[in-house]
Design a protein. Structure first.
Length: 238
């Protein structure tokens, strides 16, 4: 019997390595795009490294109170693309594998984007291929019919529509995950705890939990091995 393992995660901007570790472990990755957009969240920003310090880069969004992730429009009146491209060059042009990936990463800042979700999902899919992950089926939650309620009911509806047998849940989702309801639906639940690996970085001290492009620029084709080191023993059956 073939089991379907799925996870449901909100699409973020230039995600961290653990995000891609989860992608590598599932058969179906649901991009949870029809829940509320949060301005000061990973939806629109992430961290890079420069001179042994964390540096935030954020995509400007047009304010619209209560909007969902897939409704968030980028404020293109602000020259954010040049700003991000210039910062990535300044921070990483001396990294050992920068030249190998510069063209692909900078292509995101040469394209036109209206909605943040389109930018984020394009980056997520492209980087998954660059890393050489075991590619799952990507599906937007907004494309799945059924109950649109929030939290556990919504998650269980999506998993039921997919026919999923197993579900991975990251740390941020545990607080609203009802373990018994998963058991009642015969869905085996796993906590996902990424064991962040230490890898070569520019500078003198290691900083974890940065965007995955830090890992890619510094380790090249070996990036997948660091990610899989982080996912080794990362799943805990509930």
């Amino acid at each position: 019997m073939n089991y379907i393992r799925a996870t449901i995660y909100q699409p973020s901007y230039l995600p961290w390595s653990g995000f891609f570790g989860m992608i590598d472990l599932v058969d179906v990755f649901v991009l949870f795009d029809d829940v509320q957009f949060v301005k000061d969240s990973w939806h629109r920003r992430n961290k890079l490294k420069f001179q042994d310090s964390e540096k935030w880069i954020s995509v400007p969004i047009i304010k619209n109170f209560g909007q969902k992730i897939n409704q968030a429009k980028i404020n293109n009146s602000i020259n954010w693309k040049n700003d991000h491209a210039n910062k990535i060059y300044s921070y990483y042009n001396k990294a050992p594998f920068y030249d190998d990936y510069e063209s692909k990463i900078h292509s995101y800042y040469e394209s036109e984007w209206e909605y943040l979700v389109d930018l984020n999902i394009t980056i997520i899919k492209d980087i998954s291929k660059i890393l050489g992950l075991k590619m799952p089926q990507f599906i937007k939650s907004s494309e799945i019919d059924g109950d649109k309620s929030q939290k556990t009911d919504r998650i269980l509806n999506i998993l039921g529509e997919l026919g999923a047998d197993e579900s991975l849940v990251g740390p941020t989702a545990r607080k609203y995950t009802d373990k018994q309801e998963f058991a009642d639906k015969n869905i085996e639940l796993y906590w996902y705890d990424f064991n962040h690996p230490v890898y070569p970085q520019l500078g003198e001290k290691f900083i974890p939990y940065l965007s995955v492009i830090d890992l890619i620029f510094n380790t090249g084709e070996d990036a997948i091995n660091y990610i899989r080191k982080g996912t080794s023993n990362a799943l805990k059956s509930v």
